[in-house]
Design a protein. Structure first.
Lengths: 242, 387
């Protein structure tokens, strides 16, 4: 369970978040939907402990990120905005490094690595250095290292951004699979159809505020629109005008 | 501890696999001592030119006894004709001795006799020869004066006036250490040069390839991350520094510096203490490089200004050369400076108090720790991630 309440954050003159509150429940996929610059990435960064909020809090399973960053981070698997890899390390070595940083024993790392290589279908590339990997292959490595410690909460920042059709499909399948396993999945996107297809809950953000949170049906209801896209536009505009 | 080891192992693996960066980092330890060896050999050769020197002379026939003296001292006399200055300018000859045609007559009348040594004072390679020719003429003149006085019944002692006696208190080893003052500079520089690439790659590089954000999401203390990175870079820096030390000491032992009248000998315990003295330096070097690396916008940006740190070890040695001072104990406390003094003293086989080692090491290590701490604080700041 991820809980975010009353987040406020400014970077110098720029106010990134005015008031952001939402929750993401276990065994559900929650989508954070908003324009570029709506505050999605900043909210997520606060959530995974890279940015300190000016006001408000983010809790992972009851652990306040600002108070105990390390404990909160240990419960999270994150696919952040920055998806850089170490070019001279293999995917297996990436998983080993991140596993060790999570304090896992070598046995567990070994077992988990084998599992993820299978799950993400990356046996062919597991022992090749990541230099020259395709976009899709890189994404798999990023996902693998985010999942190596078997987290109960997954946060993905625009996971399908810049991916080809096949990889996008894979990522969506993985998200569905993770929900099946009872995980709490939170991901951000600016793609309407992606969110509508995958999510149990949708959080619409605009101008550093949450416009609405609810199931797709509830959102249509509150916006009095027939399609989610229309609802998104209406609700976003409502925030801008207010 | 495990986290620290995990970070260090990964960074070392990553660093060692970067063959090109590693090669360029270790060019310094191997090339610098070779370069120095070549340069020093030249210097020694020029200062001790012992092979027979050819001396072009104008008017050799006017002063046969003087010429004979030159020949006795190993000069080959060559008659020179033409424009002496032009020939020296054109570097066809090193110098020309001009004996005036009135040499005999001025001698006979006890008048002033002037010989001219035509040479180019801006040339380093002929300086020794010119000095040799001058002092030979000087000696000849003194003897002549003495004989003239004796023939008049005057003791030559009367005209000796004030004389100096050579009371040099420096030991041969100290002179050698002074002559070889480049060793501390190069060895300490190597600590800064060799770990540089890895330190930048771990900070500016990590940010540039956007892997810093995923790294910081891991549940670890930032200080552990920085320590791990710093240790990885210092291990590479230490390796480079020790190679440089070995190469420099080897070059010193091979150099024929005893021809300069100074002596350099090396005992194993000196090597041991040298290593002990300089061991804290790479840690400090890497910590500073990590800090600056995080401030940099990009890898290239970092390379250009983190590189300036390399000149830190040059400062103490310059000070020691141009502002001579007696070592005070507090000087050991100053990072890098203390190590430079220690190296100079150990190389010069001077007695060094054992306390000087911790006195030099502690502030250096503490400063390194402080810089690491500051760097880890910097990782908490949002702008580090948002490139």
């Amino acid at each position: 369970m991820i809980e975010v309440a009353g987040l406020k954050k400014s970077f110098g003159e720029v106010t990134a978040l005015r008031n952001v509150s939402f929750t993401a429940s276990d065994a559900k996929v929650t989508g954070l939907l908003g324009h570029n610059g709506a505050g999605k990435s900043t909210s997520l960064r606060i959530l995974y402990g890279l940015v300190q909020p000016d006001l408000g809090f983010a809790k992972i399973d009851g652990t306040n990120v600002s108070e105990d960053r390390v404990l909160a981070q240990s419960k999270l698997g994150v696919l952040p905005d920055g998806q850089g890899l170490y070019q001279r390390l293999t995917p297996r070595e990436h998983m080993r490094y991140f596993g060790r940083l999570h304090g896992l024993t070598e046995d567990i790392i070994e077992a988990r690595t084998t599992e993820l290589i299978h799950l993400l279908d990356m046996a062919a590339i597991a022992d090749r250095r990541t230099q020259g990997f395709s976009q899709g292959e890189r994404m798999k490595v990023c996902l693998a290292r985010a999942l190596v410690h078997n987290p109960k909460h997954i946060v993905l920042d625009e996971p399908t951004n810049g991916l080809d059709v096949m990889t996008t499909r894979k990522v969506r399948e993985l998200i569905a699979e993770l929900r099946m396993q009872g995980l709490c999945v939170l991901f951000s996107s600016h793609l309407m159809y992606e969110v509508s297809k995958l999510c149990d809950e949708i959080v619409i953000m605009a101008e550093g505020r949450v416009a609405v949170q609810g199931t797709p049906a509830e959102i249509l209801e509150s916006a009095k629109e027939r399609t989610l896209e229309d609802a998104f536009v209406t609700l976003s505009e409502r925030v801008v005008l207010s | 501890m495990n986290i620290l080891r995990a970070v260090m192992t990964k960074e070392l693996l990553d660093g060692v696999r970067d063959k090109r960066a590693l090669m360029s980092a270790f060019l310094f330890p191997f090339l610098a001592p070779l370069f120095i060896y070549g340069l020093m050999t030249l210097v020694i050769e020029q200062n001790t030119k012992s092979e027979r020197v050819t001396l072009p002379v104008i008017g050799a026939e006017y002063a046969p006894t003087l010429i004979e003296r030159f020949v006795e001292n190993g000069f080959i006399i060559e008659t020179f004709e033409g424009d002496a200055e032009a020939a020296v300018t054109a570097k066809t000859v090193d110098l020309v001795l001009e004996i005036p045609s009135d040499y005999q007559s001025t001698m006979a009348h006890f008048e002033k006799t002037e010989l001219t040594v035509i040479h180019d004072g801006s040339r380093n390679d002929t300086r020794a020869t010119v000095r040799q020719v001058r002092s030979l003429i000087q000696d000849y003149s003194s003897e002549l004066t003495a004989l003239r006085l004796i023939s008049r019944g005057v003791s030559p002692k009367l005209v000796r006036g004030v004389q100096t006696r050579n009371g040099d208190i420096a030991s041969d080893e100290q002179k050698a250490a002074n002559f070889l003052s480049f060793v501390p500079i190069y060895v300490l520089m190597a600590a800064f040069v060799c770990g540089l690439g890895l330190a930048i790659d771990q900070t500016a590089g990590e940010r540039e390839r956007r892997s810093l954000e995923p790294l910081l999401i891991n549940p670890v203390q930032r200080l552990d991350l920085i320590f791990g990175k710093c240790l990885a870079a210092s291990i590479v820096g230490t390796a480079g520094m020790l190679i440089t030390l070995g190469m420099c000491l080897g070059a010193m032992l091979l150099l024929p510096i005893d021809e300069l009248g100074i002596r350099f000998s090396l005992q194993w315990d000196q090597v041991f203490w040298l290593v002990i003295a300089i061991l804290p330096i790479p840690f400090l070097a890497s910590s500073l490089q990590l800090l600056l690396g995080l401030f940099a916008k990009s890898f290239k940006d970092a390379q250009s200004y983190v590189g300036f740190l390399v000149f830190i070890p040059v400062i103490p040695s310059l000070l020691m050369n141009f502002l001579p001072f007696a070592t005070q104990f507090w000087m050991y406390w100053i990072p890098v400076f203390g190590q430079s003094i220690l190296m100079k003293e150990i190389l010069g086989a001077e007695p060094v108090t054992v306390l000087a080692y911790p006195a030099a090491a502690l502030p250096t290590l503490l400063l390194g720790l402080g810089v690491c701490w500051a760097t880890s604080r910097l990782l908490n700041q949002e702008r580090v991630i948002q490139s």
